[in-house]
Write a protein of this length. Structure first.
Length: 583
């Protein structure tokens, strides 16, 4: 075990000498309070350590002790419904032990080592098992069956395995390894956070992650196992968009990482999620949620670890064959932590002071997403979808974090301050956003919703593009100079924007929209446009068409209940025909 002495302290960076026996990324204990740190650079016997706690009170000559193991997370029953800090310390247990303020050097296990879980063994004595094979399960919550798996890199025969009530550290069985050694089995295992968990094969993503957000599902879909970013200026609704994705996406589990954002945003999550009923399961949303909270007032170095902590937990559940979404808010704050540590290490800065390795670190995070065939003989499939918010200063996405992220992810939901000021939410700009999964998902939409889905989606994009071009003319010569057909395009675009794309996250009727209702609502808007075009050909006045009473009813059509929209929309089509026939 390496022991050294502090020779320099610079904020969260501590430099110690006498650490020749230590290794890169070893976890160390620093000073009298045994603060948690991690070695991030080695030069001879000098180690540069980023400390994940407040370093006030440390001094030259204080002791540094290496644990000779990397930063690991504890994986097992008890993760779900829990809230952790950036290095997987349970915040509720810490509050019970030390009060409302986190004490220095506090060391509490990530999982409850006292709680007993009902373990049901499914493997039999004598079975030949290898990495990823399922040994049994624990029903962790009402909606998640927690599979107990053989850890990666281990294979052998089941010597014994017993069902019963165990805590996460007790031995539930034993494997006889190929070399004759015995390997004890417990409900929990550990994994280093900076190392991606292995899988058998990565598959091309072909199924959409259904979010219930109309502009996303219809225009800019994300695939299960895909990657996306949500850049936008302050006040444009990044956090609410991410909350909506966490609430309504058709995934089995959500890992929500609050890395460096304000504490009140995490408070909103903690207050809302237990009260929200998951439409897929009928249970509380917390029954399928893990929260990582490393807010802006917590130590800056721990932001860097929080991203890896969250995605490692997500990979563990993915390995069970679950569909998992990782939502990071925000990677800009994480990048700022990298910049601060890089500056204190006196590394050569890149653009705007960010380290030159910013892009590669972002890529390491997003590349851990994917739709995979898991390890194990049953060939189960799991997926990990990664969605990160980006907070560019002043909303300028030409800054390094946004540009580095855009080079990696396949979906860009660009939030627009001007839309937010108009109270149009989600404030996703339909002219600048894009999805590279759209063509790949076309077959799924055609097979499961309607064969004309992609045609409808492309028609929406075309109308909105035409509107942008016509608006330039309107600014010069006024709307009255346009032909009736062009004014009808503007009317159709306004209906798409206000009656379809605009969505209220705080009303139960409009917060979530199924794909069937989305498709029916677009077809209703198109039905009005097509019948109105026929009326124009007959000589009808465009002003009268725009003022028809049924227009207001179309505007309220998105608030119709999911179980009633088919009949209501059919009735509205009848009203459209009658009113247009009367002018």
């Amino acid at each position: 075990m390496a022991e050294g002495k502090i020779i320099k302290i610079s904020g969260p960076l501590v430099i110690a000498e006498g650490m020749r026996e230590a290794n890169m990324f070893d976890v160390v204990r620093v000073g009298r309070d045994r603060l948690i740190g991690e070695i991030i650079e080695m030069h001879g016997d000098r180690a540069s350590i980023q400390v994940y706690e407040e370093t006030a009170g440390l001094g030259r000559g204080d002791e540094v002790i290496s644990t000779n193991s990397p930063l690991c997370v504890e994986l097992g029953p008890g993760l779900i419904k829990n809230i952790y800090d950036g290095i997987q310390r349970p915040l509720e247990k810490m509050r019970q032990a030390a009060g409302d303020n986190i004490s220095k050097g506090i060391d509490i296990p990530a999982l409850d080592h006292e709680k007993k879980w009902e373990f049901v063994a499914t493997a039999k004595v004598g079975d030949k098992v290898s990495e990823g094979d399922v040994l049994g399960y624990v029903d962790e919550t009402d909606v998640i069956r927690h599979k107990i798996m053989v850890p990666p890199g281990i294979s052998g025969k089941v010597d014994y395995l017993l069902s019963g009530k165990y805590n996460v550290t007790e031995k539930v069985g034993e494997l006889k390894l190929d070399g004759g050694k015995k390997y004890p089995l417990a409900l929990a295992q550990q994994w280093p956070v900076r190392k991606a968990r292995p899988y058998a094969e990565k598959l091309p993503p072909k199924v959409p992650m259904i979010t219930g957000q109309r502009i996303i599902d219809t225009l800019f879909p994300i695939a299960i196992g895909g990657t996306a970013c949500v850049p936008g200026p302050f006040g444009s609704g990044k956090t609410v968009v991410q909350h909506q994705l966490a609430k309504w996406s058709n995934v089995d589990l959500v890992v929500y990482i609050g890395c460096g954002e304000r504490g009140n945003e995490m408070t909103d999550v903690l207050r809302e999620f237990p009260e929200i009923i998951d439409p897929r399961t009928g249970k509380s949303l917390m029954e399928r949620t893990v929260l990582i909270a490393n807010t802006s007032d917590m130590p800056v170095a721990a932001r860097e670890a929080s991203i890896y902590t969250g995605i490692t937990i997500a990979e563990y559940f993915r390995d069970m064959g679950l569909s998992v979404a990782v939502i990071a808010d925000s990677t800009s704050r994480w990048a700022e932590a990298l910049r601060e540590m890089s500056g204190r290490l006196e590394e050569m800065p890149g653009d705007e002071g960010y380290p030159a390795y910013l892009t590669s670190r972002l890529a390491q995070f997003y590349e851990r997403a994917g739709d995979v065939t898991c390890l194990g003989s049953d060939g189960r499939r799991g997926s990990l979808t990664a969605i990160g918010a980006v907070s560019p200063p002043g909303g300028d996405i030409s800054e390094p974090v946004s540009q580095a992220t855009l080079r990696i992810v396949k979906v860009f939901w660009g939030l627009d301050a001007s839309l937010a000021y108009k109270r149009h939410f989600p404030a996703i700009n339909w002219l600048t956003s894009y999805s590279l999964y759209k063509d790949r998902l076309e077959g799924w939409y055609s097979e499961n919703i309607d064969g004309s889905w992609s045609t409808v989606s492309n028609e929406i994009a075309k109308i909105l593009q035409n509107e942008a071009e016509l608006e330039e003319i309107v600014k010069l010569v006024g709307v009255d100079a346009l032909s009736p057909s062009d004014r009808l395009i503007l009317e159709a675009a306004r209906s798409i924007r206000e009656d379809f794309l605009q969505q209220n996250a705080f009303t139960s009727e409009d917060s979530y929209t199924s794909l069937g209702k989305q498709y029916a609502l677009v077809k209703l808007i198109f039905y009005f446009r097509d019948r109105a075009a026929e009326a124009l050909d007959r000589g009808a006045d465009i002003e009268k068409i725009s003022d028809l009473p049924v227009r207001e009813k179309i505007g309220r059509a998105k608030e119709v209940d999911e179980n009633e929209y088919a009949n209501k929309y059919a009735a509205l089509r009848g009203e459209i025909d009658r009113e247009l026939a009367s002018i």
